[in-house]
Ligand binder design. Sequence first.
Ligand code: GLU
Length: 427
Amino acid sequence: MSLAVLPSYISRENIGPWHIFLQQVEKVAPLLDKSLWPWVETLRRPKRALIVDVPIRLDNGEIAHFEGYRVHHNTSRGPGKGGVRFHQDVTLSEVMALAGWMSIKNAVVNVPFGGAKGGIRVDPRQLSQPELERLTRRYTSEIDMMIGPDKDIPAPDMNTNAQVMAWMMDTYSMNQGRTSTGVVTGKPLSLGGSLGRPDATGRGVFVTAREAAKKIDLPLIGARVCIQGFGNVGEASARMFAAAGARIVAVQDVSATVFNAAGLDIASLKRYLSEQRTLIGAPDCEVITEDAFWAVPCEFLVPAALESQINQFNAGKINARVVVEGANGPTTPEAEDILAERNILVIPDVLANAGGVTVSYFEWVQDFSSFFWSEDEINVRLERIMSEAFEAIWQLAAERQLSLRTAAFVVGCSRVLQARAMRGLYP
Ligand code: GLU
């Protein structure tokens, strides 16, 4: 690397999600058109990153401080776009990587956004609803200079939802002195949200899995599916797999791993989890160990939780035909090599989970035009974008003998860097 001064976050010690993103860029760089090589460095550096202190008054009168982040990885193709995550393990490295993956993902499905992400290092389960609201509002105020409908548009991610988006929208709007619905997506329907948005990521996961199944002649009817994470993405995709005739044989979340060889009843599992807040004791299933989950024989394994869940320690045990990455960054590069050797197909995050941001794009367009579409229109357009993106990446992978991830990165990085090159350097 011919750099005068190395940025602080590029070091051998910085082995975190950002490092994984850098490795992925490194791998794809030589495959890009030569004309883009001078611009590759753009991808190795986030455009801007903000760390904020988020102090809130707790219900007991004490003051607590949390660390928050908002990162714009790249805005060459349009305003920043990406979710906000509340989790006790959030770090700057993680948010930088998630922002980088958003740049690639948005380019893969060709929505006119750059890549951004935000987060707060907090365990939201420890906060009451009023504390969560104060946290969200203070965070939104602290990142106010970074966001806006034509600047950077946050959305839900892990542990954030339509209510959190409503508070963000209201806080931004109060500070601006006018209602600005397009500043966030994933809002409630009553505040300019879009039909189909809650299920969109899970739907995209299902559509890409279905398209892959067609390519490898794998029938969906009777296919066994294992799902890690039973939140917005995991639950919706489980429901859609089940509706297509597949059997969800194992589900893992933070509370437990449940198994039923004949297939779990997703609706009753969801009901049980929302009432009991744990999967332990759910009807008609057996609790198995966290580790045993990875070895459950299945056709589709859907990691839909945190990063690096499939790693060098469990990749050798996985007994699936296809891994569909509902989460962002669930497979480490070492694990990816192991899966490739074992002939397990991986549908990468930047393609498989792009359904969420695709419908976020629809929501943003609807907010701008104040004209709202039917759920059918949303789902038909989503299906089309996801299956076309899948087909293009499948073709490229076949033509150039690449993995689907590398092919997706070739498409995504090329689109970002073409825009970057066309814009040129200022001044
Ligand atoms: N958080 C989601 C993701 O990782 C959605 C982002 C968005 O809609 O902006 O793709």
